[in-house]
Design a protein around this ligand. Structure first.
Ligand code: SF4
Ligand code: FES
Length: 578
């Protein structure tokens, strides 16, 4: 490891590292548009240029300006021992001002209506490195808006031609849908005729675009970014363990974004996960507990519904419990504990693990690991299996459950899948058996159940998932439980309380106000602080402490990758209190 000096600060570098990477890693700002560590380096936007001196071995190692003092791109120049780099010299600053002026010549002044405002590096760098006024008096070139594909719009006249999007489609997605059409100030990004931007990673170009040229159709005008908070999440839909941000405001999720983790997902996420969260606010959500009374499903209090569920579990015959791979490991542990406190001999099975095709790898440029889209469409099958095995509770997979279900006196099903998961085989296997359903979305099972307990989605809980490589990662709760739902973990805690003869009390929810009737818009007018009947709070740390008492689960205490705290979405907008 050697050292270089950037803007007066001495920094260490690895052999082969670019100057811009050393600066980025060391918290030194060098403006940059076309550079991205995951893509090839065209060095074409020219804003990262610096004056660089290096020891000259042919002159006793004396420091000399490289290239006779000409500016050099820090994104394509490797760091070397003893280099002195400055982006603050008169020449470098003059270049930054010139590049900004050039980029802004045809850029429209539509920041107030642009979705990127508040997270736009053109805004940021224009403020820090631009002139503050325009000397351009001619007509700006106007370019069209284009529909590039199912999820992406292009507002061409905002484009600064950094070519990140084109390089991503070529180098990572490998689908090459994007190109540059025309020359000079008539250049436009476009798709080839009849070939929309439609690949499993397509919407990463939205994150890569440093300006508001590539926009997410799904997020268009949905929310100003400075209202959003973000909570660290883990891919809740597949076995990838990809790190994500769940971005939300006033109890409502607005978008998911990739969170960099070079050991797992590098910089990217699939469109499948990016847009797969819509079931969180679906009209099909189960909103409150229901129970069967005289053959009809009627609304019930949580206590009444739990009591009926416990009666069913204590009735004739054995209990079979299906633990969904959509649940966290902590919830699986709590559910096994809860059901065993009601019926010691209950048998547990791993819920259906959907698989779609095969894993698909996407090559990353520059030595980073491949990004892999996983075929297994459940986030925690391994975690659930590990918990069941460790508690001597693994009665088998979904197939074994289907075989055993008819002989059980009562089955408890957990779902929490993002779409309808109920198969004809499942319906026929449980058609003559009493059933307690713990699920998020309406399905055929609701009409068949004796008791229905509505549960919270991934965004409404915290816990850990174990991905297909055996990496266990923690994620945080982003929003309160919607309607009257509770996490499966809280349902387990309540069952433990009631099963042991305790009572549930009206207590405030664990996480902010319960969202009873969220309205669209920036302020959810119907957010109410509703107390729900509950027992002991389901606290992930406490459950992990219990899990740690079993040797094979001891890794759950202290060694799980923790997620960053909630934070505001980065924004350059100053918040003003009126
Ligand atoms: S659309 Fe965005 S990412 Fe693509 S070249 Fe233009 S500015 Fe760069
Ligand atoms: S970031 Fe170096 S030339 Fe664009």
């Amino acid at each position: 490891m050697g050292t270089i000096t950037i803007n007066g600060l001495v920094c260490e570098f690895e052999q082969g590292e670019k100057i811009i990477d050393v600066a980025n890693r060391s918290g030194i700002e060098i403006p940059q548009y076309c550079y991205h560590k995951g893509l090839s380096v065209p060095a074409q936007c020219r804003i990262c240029l610096a004056q660089i001196s290096a020891p000259n071995p042919r002159n006793d190692g004396k420091l000399e300006l490289m290239m006779g003092g000409k500016l050099l791109p820090t994104c394509s120049t490797e760091a070397a021992e003893g280099m002195v780099v400055t982006t603050e010299s008169e020449l470098a600053v003059a270049n930054q001002k010139a590049v900004m002026e050039f980029l802004l010549i045809n850029h429209p002044l539509d920041c107030p209506v642009c979705d990127q405002a508040g997270e736009c590096t053109l805004q940021d760098f224009s403020y820090h490195y631009g002139r503050g006024h325009s000397r351009f008096t001619d007509q700006k070139v106007k370019q069209p808006k284009k529909d590039l594909g199912p999820n992406v719009y292009l507002y061409s006249d905002r484009c600064i031609m950094c070519t990140r999007c084109v390089r991503f489609a070529d180098e990572v997605a490998g689908t090459t849908e994007l190109m540059i059409d025309g020359r000079g100030n008539q250049s436009q990004i476009d798709v080839f005729p009849g070939v929309p931007l439609d690949n499993p990673l397509a919407s990463n170009v939205i994150d890569l675009c440093p300006v508001g040229a590539l926009l997410d159709k799904d997020f268009l005008f949905a929310q100003r970014v400075w209202f959003l908070k973000r909570t660290a999440g883990i891919d809740p839909l597949t076995a990838s363990g990809d790190n994500i941000w769940v971005e939300h405001n006033e109890g409502k999720v607005y978008r998911l974004k990739p969170r960099e983790n070079m050991d797992i997902n590098t910089w990217w996420m699939t469109d499948e996960v990016r847009y797969g969260w819509k079931f969180v606010h679906s009209d099909d959500r189960l909103t409150g507990p229901v129970r069967r009374q005289h053959g009809l499903m009627v609304e019930a209090t949580w206590t009444r519904a739990y009591k009926q569920a416990i009666e069913m579990m204590r009735g004739e015959g054995s209990v079979g419990v299906l633990i969904s791979p959509m649940l966290t490991s902590e919830e699986a542990f709590a559910l096994v504990t809860a059901v065993r406190s009601i019926d010691e001999s209950a048998k547990f099975y791993v819920g259906a693990v959907p698989v779609d095709g095969e894993d698909r790898a996407f090559k990353n440029t520059g030595g980073a690991r491949d990004f892999v889209m996983r075929a297994e469409k459940a986030p925690n099958a391994r975690g659930v299996r590990r918990v069941l095995d460790s508690m001597n509770a693994n009665g088998g997979e979904f197939g074994a459950f289907l075989k055993d279900a008819p002989v059980h006196g009562c089955v408890v099903l957990t779902g929490n899948y993002p779409s309808d998961w109920v198969t004809d085989e499942l319906v026929s296997a449980i058609s003559d058996t009493e059933m307690v359903l713990i699920d998020t979305l309406d399905s055929r099972l609701v009409e068949m159940a004796g008791v229905v307990l509505p549960s919270g989605t991934f965004a409404e809980k915290s816990g850990s998932f174990e991905n297909c490589d055996g990496v266990v990662q923690h994620f945080g709760q982003a929003i309160p439980c919607q309607h009257e739902s509770k996490s499966e973990g809280q349902i387990a805690m309540d069952l433990i309380e009631l099963g042991s003869g305790g009572v549930l009390e009206q207590r405030p929810p664990a996480f902010g106000a319960q969202i009873v009737d969220a309205q669209p818009g920036q302020v959810s007018s119907a957010t109410e602080s509703v107390n729900l009947e509950r027992g002991e709070l389901f606290e992930v740390e406490v459950i992990r402490g219990e899990m740690g008492k079993i040797e094979s689960l001891s890794g759950y205490v202290g060694s799980i990758t923790t997620a960053p705290e909630d934070e505001l979405v980065e924004s350059d907008m100053e918040m003003v209190t009126l």
